[in-house]
Design a protein around this ligand. Structure first.
Ligand code: CMC
Length: 378
């Protein structure tokens, strides 16, 4: 037998098969170009493609939207729990707890059949935006706002967050961002979800684990850090020096670099013009100029192109959203991709259990306690 392959961080390793998305020649969800879905479709159509395998007909979409609207309400007990969570708790932690709590009231939690998993996935897709909006309002000492079934998921999310009718531009920008965040093959959080599913655990547990994996700043948490960096830099004039100093100190510039896109993240390129347009409409042109300088210097110094989190953070800022919402918004979208992967894993399951390469000491003999002496006495 040949020596097992070892690659730190599983870099370059094919860790499983998937028919859900590919990044080989641009990003495609079940064959559909993600950019085309963002430009011509909606997030609901994207989620349908991911969960059900193909674009919906008009009737299928109407039924799907009806199911989502009906599920966009939390059990009273879950809402009560959300009220008890300390207002200082990071919203990603609240999302993780919210997904976990919802399992207790889901009638299908323990049913791992394909049909039950689809039902649970659709419910989580509808419920997690409500968890986010309600928790965000509670920490601002505002009462949660009921979901409006006449609105799209993106529009409803903005409505539930702000209790103000969102502008068509804001809904469109949110919808595009949710579509681009929806799925990305074997990224860390999706892989975590698949590992959990592979033990024949359940969909809610897999989503809870995925939220934990997404939270880290090397993954989804990067979009919040991007905004913190932009705030820290503060002005176009500071940008050049700030980035050079940060790179000289070996700091990572959040929103740049990618494990698999070494020549650039197509999602970031796609979102940039939308960012510029929103910046112009909301009077944030100087922030775009600052971003341009940072992009140039990171490109010159490290040859690192921006990833999706780079424009997403600015887009959310131009929509007037507080920074603490940015990574949870990623959850609201990516739950569609995670769920599709859990279902795919379970449809053809094999326990994910790789090997570790041992780097510890060689064999040692057990010494009875009385023979071990005391520290420092030899
Ligand atoms: N800023 C500065 N230097 C960087 C960065 C960065 N953002 N990313 C990579 N490098 C450097 C790294 O220090 C290393 O330099 P050297 O060879 O001198 O030691 C070199 O580039 C290669 O880095 P790496 O760590 O081997 O690359 P990786 O493939 O393991 O890392 C990454 C991918 C995303 C973890 C990394 O690029 C990073 O930390 N980026 C910042 C965090 C971020 O934006 N994450 C979002 C990822 S994409 C969307 C998502 O998942 O949310």
């Amino acid at each position: 037998m040949s020596e097992p392959v070892y690659s730190p961080g599983l870099e370059g390793i094919i860790a499983g098969e998937t028919a859900i998305s590919t990044i080989t020649d641009g990003l495609r969800y079940r064959g559909y170009d993600a950019e085309q879905l963002a430009e011509q479709g909606t997030f609901e159509e994207t989620a349908y493609v991911l969960l059900h395998g193909d674009l919906p007909t008009a009737d299928e979409l109407a039924e799907f939207r009806k199911r989502l609207a009906a599920a966009a309400v939390l059990p009273t007990e879950v809402m009560e729990f959300l009220r008890q969570i300390p207002r200082t708790a990071p919203l990603m932690d609240v999302m993780r707890s919210g997904a976990s709590l919802l399992a207790h009231w889901d009638p299908d939690t323990a049913d791992n059949s394909h049909a039950a998993n689809l039902r649970k996935a659709e419910r989580l897709l509808a419920q997690l935006p409500v968890v986010l909006a309600a928790s965000s309002r509670l920490r601002r000492s505002k009462e949660p706002v009921a979901s409006d079934p006449s609105l799209s998921l993106a529009g409803n999310l903005l409505w539930m967050l702000n209790r103000l009718p969102p502008t068509p531009q804001a809904v469109r920008a949110m919808d595009i961002s949710l579509t681009l965040y929806a799925e990305h093959e074997f990224n860390a959080s999706t892989f975590a979800a698949r590992v959990i599913a592979s033990t024949l655990s359940d969909l809610h547990s897999a989503v809870v684990g995925a939220i934990g994996a997404l939270k880290g700043p090397l993954h989804g948490g990067a979009n919040e850090q991007v905004m913190q960096v932009l705030e820290e830099i503060g002005s176009v004039e500071n940008a050049d020096t700030w980035v050079r100093d940060a790179l000289a100190q070996k700091r990572r510039i959040m929103g740049f670099g990618h494990r698999v896109y070494k020549t650039g993240d197509p999602r970031a390129r796609f979102l940039k013009p939308w960012c510029q347009q929103l910046a112009a409409e909301s009077g944030h042109e100087s922030l775009e100029q600052m971003a341009e300088v940072i992009e140039r210097v990171v490109g010159e110094q490290k040859k690192l192109p921006p990833n999706l989190d780079w424009p997403s953070a600015r887009l959310y800022h131009y929509l007037g959203l507080p920074v603490e919402l940015y990574t949870p918004l990623f959850v609201v979208s990516r739950v569609s991709g995670w769920s599709a992967h859990v279902i795919e894993q379970l449809d053809n399951n094999r326990l994910i259990r790789p090997l570790g390469r041992y780097t510890g000491p060689g064999e040692k003999d057990f010494k009875p306690l009385a023979e071990r002496g005391t520290p420092g006495t030899g």
